[in-house]
Design a protein around this ligand. Structure first.
Ligand SMILES: Nc1nc2c(ncn2[C@@H]2O[C@H](COP(=O)(O)OP(=O)(O)OP(=O)(O)O)[C@@H](O)[C@H]2O)c(=O)[nH]1
Ligand SMILES: [Mg+2]
Length: 384
């Protein structure tokens, strides 16, 4: 699972990345602070099933924190994108190739309106414009790739009988798009209508949600409301990456206890720092219910991409792996995934030796075509 962070310079992509991963990366108020992409792990959260089973779990690939499972997702923070990047402006859009494998994009928008289209300091910039331009640039990036495929098709067709679907599949696998998806779009839209075709394919393979960032600043509220009314079909989540960094840092130093929308001051803090935390408590946590960072990740994975969580175990009775760890792993899989496909995801060897599964709740056998359900706990049965 990979999520790409995109947006114009200085919108707060690296701040969002740091807030989600706690990896120290360069953050600054001038454009193009980031040039080479930052890659790291953030987490989505879900109620852990340890409570339901009345056990104490020993997570291995994930974390259990006070009854919540934290499941890792890969985040990629890239350079800022500016209008006409596809024509080489700013850093161009070559770096978008780093996002080829991303399943979903979070567009970090500077909701305050205090930076212009190129990330320079200004006043009264309309962030709704940023939403339009970014979608256009991402679509143009796709268009270039599809145009290349069409040219290749034309060249090859002169000498051999080639299938357009195969050529498109070949060119688009790098974007994580599979043949079935391309066929689905081809059945609906003629490839010659390249713009329409591209836009549809892009929405399907790289859906975008919006983080209305810097929501802590006073000028953000009105812009945020306008974005919501201008783009009723988009998912727009208010965020403050800066607040999340401040809270997580204070938590690390044992100055506060921090949970989702609550903080409790436990350390010895006074003056400016205390005021800062109180400001965040009143203006972000109470008003927005959270800093929005985790909400963006959860919404991307569970709502937009429609993934579910599945717990594979080696022993369905004891709920353990071979070493005796209870509920060790949580996998994120697309809704609709079949049991045998899941076996292959765990390990190709397990997939090849697959003979069936065992449901740990109902203690019944499951076949290869069983469609996985959210929070399933499954022992995969293999030939020796
Ligand atoms: N008030 C406030 N400032 C923020 C927030 N997020 C980021 N900033 C500030 O915005 C500026 C740019 O942040 P970065 O995270 O470096 O932005 P970026 O999008 O990675 O920028 P480039 O790498 O140059 O494309 C910095 O001064 C941050 O401190 C936020 O939620 N609230
Ligand atoms: Mg950056």
């Amino acid at each position: 699972m990979q999520i790409g962070l995109v947006g114009k310079p200085s919108s707060g992509k690296s701040s969002f990345f740091k807030a989600a991963t706690m990896i120290d990366v360069d953050i600054a108020d001038y454009p193009f602070t980031t040039i080479k992409p930052n890659v790291g792990l953030g987490h989505v959260t879900k109620d852990c099933i340890c409570k339901e089973f009345g056990v104490e779990c020993n997570p291995n690939n994930s974390i259990c924190e006070e009854g919540k499972r934290l499941i890792p997702v890969k985040l990629i923070d890239v350079a800022g994108l500016v209008p006409d990047a596809h024509l080489g402006k700013g850093m161009g859009n070559q770096f978008l190739d780093d996002l080829r494998q991303a399943d979903c994009l979070i567009h970090i928008v500077d909701a305050s309106g205090l930076t212009d289209a190129e990330g320079k300091v200004t006043k009264n910039h309309d962030p709704s414009e940023d939403i339009k331009f970014l979608e256009r640039e991402i679509d143009l990036w796709f268009t270039e790739i599809i145009k290349r495929a069409l040219e290749k098709y034309k060249r090859k067709r002169r000498v051999t009988k080639v299938d357009l679907l195969d050529i498109l599949t070949d060119q688009l696998t790098g974007l994580g798009i599979v043949k079935g998806e391309i066929k689905e779009v081809m059945d609906k839209i003629d490839v010659k209508e390249t713009q329409k075709f591209t836009s549809y394919l892009r929405k399907m393979s790289k859906p975008i949600i919006i983080a209305a960032n810097k929501i802590d600043l006073p000028t953000s509220e009105e812009n945020y409301k306008e974005m919501i009314s201008n783009f009723p079909d988009l998912t727009i989540i208010p965020t403050s990456a800066a607040a999340e960094i401040a809270l997580k840092t204070a938590e690390k130093k044992s100055l506060i206890k921090y949970q989702e929308n609550k903080i409790e001051i436990i350390g010895d803090i006074e003056g400016k720092q205390k005021k800062g935390l109180e400001f965040i408590r009143e203006n972000v946590l109470k008003r927005r219910d959270s800093t929005g960072i985790r909400k963006c990740l959860n919404t991307s994975v569970f709502d937009v991409l429609d993934y579910i969580a599945v717990y594979p175990v080696a022993d369905a009775n004891k709920l353990t792996d071979k070493k005796g760890n209870i509920l060790p792993d949580t996998y994120l899989v697309k809704k609709g995934t079949k049991l045998k496909e899941f076996a292959f995801m765990i390990h190709s060897d397990i997939g090849e030796k697959f003979i069936g599964g065992l449901d740990a709740r109902k203690k019944i056998k499951l076949g290869a075509n069983y469609e996985l359900k959210d929070n399933d706990v499954i022992e995969i049965l293999t030939q020796n």
